[in-house]
Write a protein that binds this ligand. Sequence first.
Ligand code: ATP
Ligand code: MG
Length: 277
Amino acid sequence: MNSAAEFPVATPNGAPLLEARHLRKAFASSGAAWENSHRRTQAVEDVSLTITRGETFGVVGESGCGKTTLARMLLRLIEPDSGEIRFAGENWLAAGCVSMRKIRRRMQIVFQDPMASLDPRMRVEGIVGEPLEIHEPQLSREERRARITETLEAVGLSADILHRYPHEFSGGQRQRIGIARALILRPDLVVADEPVSALDVSIGAQILELLERLQREFSLTLLLISHNLPVVAQLASRVAVMQAGRFVETGPTARVLRFPEHAYTRTLLAAVPRLPA
Ligand SMILES: Nc1ncnc2c1ncn2[C@@H]1O[C@H](COP(=O)(O)OP(=O)(O)OP(=O)(O)O)[C@@H](O)[C@H]1O
Ligand SMILES: [Mg+2]
C-alpha cells in the first residue's frame, strides 16, 4: 500500500513541497501499574497530506488529537512507525546524514510557547544567529550580524535588542524572536505549531498578520497548526480537520467552513462564538 507509485499526487496549484503518505505513530501509554502495560496510544493513525509550494496548509483539531506528533514526524524530529514522507521530491525518511542536514535547514518550526522555546541564558543575537553558526559557519561576524539585523527587522524588531535576554520582552515580542530564528536560514517550509495560543487575542492577531506577510515576502510554505478553527481559517488556503489521530476532512478552507462534510467539523464550527451582527 505504501508504494512509491502513490507519488506524486496531483494538487490544485503548483508543485508539492511536502508529501506524506499513511503516517502512523503510537506511544507507550503511561497507564497505572496495574493496567496492561502494553497499552499504546495511537497518536497519529494513517495520515496522508500534500502541501503545495507557497501555500498555507492548516491542521485543526482538539488537544491531544495528534497535531504536534504529526508535525514532529514531518520535520523528522521523531520517526514514524510507518509511512512515507517526501520533501521537494526526495525520500525524506531515507535521507542519510549529508542530505538530512541539507533538507533540515529548509524546514523550520515556530513553537507554541516562546518563553519555553528560547534559551533564557542567551541574548537575542545568539538565539537568532545560532542556526547560522550551525549551517553557515563560513560567514564572518559582520555578515552574520547583518543577517540577524535584517531578519529582526523583517519581523518588526529593531537591531538595538541584539544584546538583550528573552525575559526582557513581552510574549508577542518573544514570539517574533522565535519567528526570526526560524526564518534566518531562509527556509522553504515553516511549521507553526500553535503559534498564538499562548498569547492574548490581540497580540495573537498581530502575530498571525506577521506570519501572513512573511509568507508572501519570503515565499514560504506554511503549515499552521491550531486547536482554534478561526486562527487556521484566517491564513490557510486548505485545511485538514484532525480527530483522534486521523484527518476526517481535508479541503479548501472556504469549502470546509461553508459546507463541512464531517460531523466533527460541524462540532468545531458550532463551538466558534459569533459576534452579534
Ligand atoms: N512523547 C510521548 N509519549 C507518550 N505519549 C505521547 C507523546 N507525545 C504525544 N503523546 C500522546 O499522543 C497523543 C497526541 O499528542 P499530541 O501532542 O500530538 O497532540 P496535540 O494535538 O498536539 O495536542 P495539543 O493541542 O494539546 O498540543 C496524546 O494522547 C498524547 O498524550
Ligand atoms: Mg500540540
